[in-house]
Design a protein around this ligand. Structure first.
Ligand code: BV8
Ligand code: ZN
Length: 246
């Protein structure tokens, strides 16, 4: 991949960068993206129907089992070259924020440190009543495992549709978006809000926007640079061209 010379020059001297990643970055780790994550037993459900507080209130076991199924798939997943390239970018850029919509924890697994999990983390479980985090739980429970503190139903520590994003994490992401000189949008269809508005916010504050995605998205026309391709291929090439590693 040949990145334009002016982009390479900009990246070589960038001090502050922010990245937003979506499910596309984990696709080459064998994880299905959010839009196509339904198969088999789950084919008849829309993710946006299951990832809601209403669905959990209506049928906590169904929702719990769906997350247990996804969590199993994630346990077998390993970071791909795109995740590792982002960890190298963080080491090469003085002030670097990795904002992710992904709940699979693969960025930290690959060595990224400043990771802002906008939508939570599927490997963490908390009480739906008192909020206490659970370290272990009874998977064979009748409905869903119960909180050891108050007996409430346990739920995955993810942000469902209609739920607010964790305030401190969203605030940190907005600061990173305001301050960055370059903003990358990688492996996301740019549909889910408020994450999908971050790129335009960065651009409004003067940042250059670089999109890397398998297909064009609503952001593509506004982005300053668009690389169509797999993040597990484009990112290592870009890191090698700019910083000579990967
Ligand atoms: C909130 C955790 C307010 C759970 C997730 C109408 C208009 C605008 C907004 C709304 C609206 N109606 C409702 C809303 C708000 C709603 C929303 O945005 N809805 C959408 C459906 C329109 N948002 C919310 O509800 C948010 N909360 O607004 O709260 C509020 C405020 C105060 C008080 C109360 C409430 C909460 C949103 C968070 C939802 N949780 N995840 C779980 O995972 O189960 S979202 C979930 O879906 C993911 O986390 C991710 O964010 C999203 C999937 O998007 P992507 O990551 O982009 O994945 P996708 O599959 O779509 O795309 C993958 C892309 O990668 C594709 O383009 C593909 O081409 C590309 N690709 C594939 N392979 C590769 C690749 N690219 C590169 N390389 C590859 N190899
Ligand atoms: Zn509790």
């Amino acid at each position: 991949m040949d990145a334009p010379a002016e982009l390479i020059a900009i990246l070589r001297k960038v001090e502050r960068a922010a990245v937003l990643t979506g499910a596309g970055v984990s696709q080459e780790s064998g994880l299905r993206t959010f839009r196509d994550s339904q198969e088999g037993l789950w084919a008849k459900y829309e993710p946006t129907d299951l990832a809601t507080p209403e669905a959990f209130a209506r049928d906590p076991k169904l929702v719990w089992d769906w997350y247990a199924w996804r969590s199993e798939a994630i346990k077998g997943a390993r970071p791909n070259r795109g995740h590792y390239a982002l960890a190298e970018m963080e080491a090469a850029i003085p002030n670097f924020s990795l904002i992710t919509q992904n709940v699979d924890g693969l960025h930290r697994f690959a060595g990224s440190r400043n990771v802002l999990e906008l939508h939570g983390n599927i490997q963490r479980v908390r009480c739906s009543v008192c909020g206490e985090f659970a370290e272990n739980w009874d998977e064979e429970a009748e409905v869903t495992p119960a909180c050891s503190k108050c007996g409430g139903l346990l739920r995955p520590h993810v942000v469902w549709f209609g739920e607010p994003l964790p305030e401190a994490i969203l605030t940190a992401a907005l600061v990173a978006v305001k301050e960055c000189q370059v903003f990358f949008s990688i492996g996301t269809s740019g549909v889910v809000q408020p994450a999908a508005s971050l790129a335009r916010a960065a651009q409004t504050h003067g940042a250059i926007v670089v999109e890397i995605n398998a297909e064009s998205t609503p952001l593509t026309l506004q982005a300053d640079y668009f690389f169509q391709g797999k993040s597990g291929e484009v990112l290592p090439d870009l890191v090698k061209e700019v910083w000579g590693k990967a």
